[in-house]
Ligand binder design. Structure first.
Ligand SMILES: N[C@@H](CCC(=O)N[C@@H](CS)C(=O)NCC(=O)O)C(=O)O
Length: 388
């Protein structure tokens, strides 16, 4: 049940900081045990304890030393997302085909229909009328992404001459595709190489792997951005806000009570067509395990992200903050008369909870409604050939 473990914040006990208390705990256990032992055994145990003590001191020293080193953003290693020769042949759950798609891209999106990060990617593809296949992943068993070393969704795979270029992380996917749309002389594989994962230690000492430049578009030399620097920076800032702030208001709201968690999972099942895609036992497992786990996790996330006691208020506040900034700019959208990548990101995030009671409440109690409706029209403006 790795997904739940990760959500619950379990970490392997292999850092030096975790090892020292464990050694001391074992030493204490040994001391208890040693009272029943003979003289020879006692001396062996004493030797062992001495070793443990020295080890603990050295370990603690090392730990303090590493603790005092500047710890955030230590750059270790870059990893590029490799091309894959083969991915398992899985019948797509849905095929989205646009009449006027001229992107020349063959895309497979591994996703959860109601995951905010997947919704962001779909909002981008739909807004640009780019066709794609959808493979709905079981969020508990996740069999259909076993082939991928990256264990989260969305994963967008570009099929090119029988080879497959995966793209990981919603913001990187959107930046890479935006770069491609603006500069289609570039091969998608070359664009992906501009977005390596970089391993670093964060301010809490945890090892992280992130695509640092995921909010940046990569222009070829000589290509000019048609917007001012201020506009580009602002778009980037709000895309990041969607990922770092807005998204964290969702879980505590849609899993506020056990009933609300079940209601949300019912909507996930409906929106993700789980009844058609998964066997009934698997759907029931996803609903039962998911709703119960997320109800508990929602409470932890409320604390972690310091939401208000009335979590709805935090959601309304963030959405009103977004709307206030759009009004200050005087346009319909953050991008002006047309949505930009920040509008698409915020729309995707909110779109993911559209069938939940939290969303109904949001429409009634915040100023987001008119903008959301306009965004929905913009995202849905391309004509579909056929939705399977
Ligand atoms: N930064 C990633 C986050 C993706 C993410 O956290 N996806 C969740 C689903 S909403 C996931 O796959 N979690 C599985 C896990 O953590 O094991 C993105 O923007 O794509």
């Amino acid at each position: 049940m790795s997904i739940l473990m990760r959500f619950l914040g379990y970490r392997s006990l292999n850092s030096s900081r975790d090892i020292v208390p464990r050694i001391l705990e074992n030493a204490a256990k040994m001391r208890l045990y040693s009272t029943k032992k003979t003289g020879k055994a006692k001396s062996v145990i004493k030797l062992g304890l001495a070793g443990v003590t020295v080890g603990a001191i050295v370990g603690t020293g090392y730990s303090i030393h590493s603790h005092n080193k500047p710890r955030s953003h230590i750059q270790n290693e870059q990893t590029f997302i490799p091309i894959v020769e083969e991915i398992p042949k899985i019948e797509p759950s849905r095929k989205i085909r646009y009449v006027d798609d001229n992107s020349n891209l063959r895309l497979i999106l591994f996703q959860y229909q109601t995951c905010p990060f997947c919704c962001k990617v779909r909002a981008f593809l739909d807004f640009h009328g780019i066709s794609y296949d959808v493979i709905e992943v079981d969020p508990v068993l996740r069999q259909s992404i076993k082939w991928s070393p990256y264990k989260k969704v969305p994963i967008l795979v570009v099929e090119n001459n029988g080879r497959y270029q995966p793209m990981n992380d919603s913001s990187m996917i959107i930046s890479a595709l935006s770069t491609y749309i603006r500069d289609s002389n570039k091969e998608i594989e070359d664009i992906v190489k501009c977005y390596p994962f970089i391993e670093f230690i964060d301010e809490n000492g945890s090892r992280k792997n992130e695509i640092m430049n995921r909010y940046f578009l990569m222009y070829s030399e000589g290509m000019k951005e048609d917007r001012s620097n201020a506009e580009v920076n602002e778009e980037r800032k709000w895309r990041k806000w969607a990922d770092d702030v807005l998204v964290h208001t969702l879980s505590p709201n849609i899993y506020r009570t056990r009933e609300e968690a079940f209601q949300s999972f019912n909507w996930f099942s409906e929106a993700g067509q789980w009844e058609e895609i998964f066997p009934e036992w698997e759907r029931q497992l996803m609903m039962y395990v998911g709703a119960n786990a997320m109800w508990m996790i929602g409470k932890k996330l409320k604390k972690k992200y310091q939401l208000k006691d009335d979590v709805r208020q935090s959601l309304y506040d963030e959405c009103n903050y977004w709307m206030k900034n759009i009004h200050m700019k005087g346009g319909k959208f953050m991008g002006g008369d047309k949505p930009n990548l920040a509008d698409l990101a915020v729309f995707g995030v909110l779109n993911s909870i559209e069938g939940c009671s939290a969303f109904e409440d949001l429409l009634k109690n915040s100023k987001i409604g008119t903008w959301f409706k306009k965004m929905k029209e913009e995202v849905g403006k391309h004509k579909l050939v056929n939705v399977v």
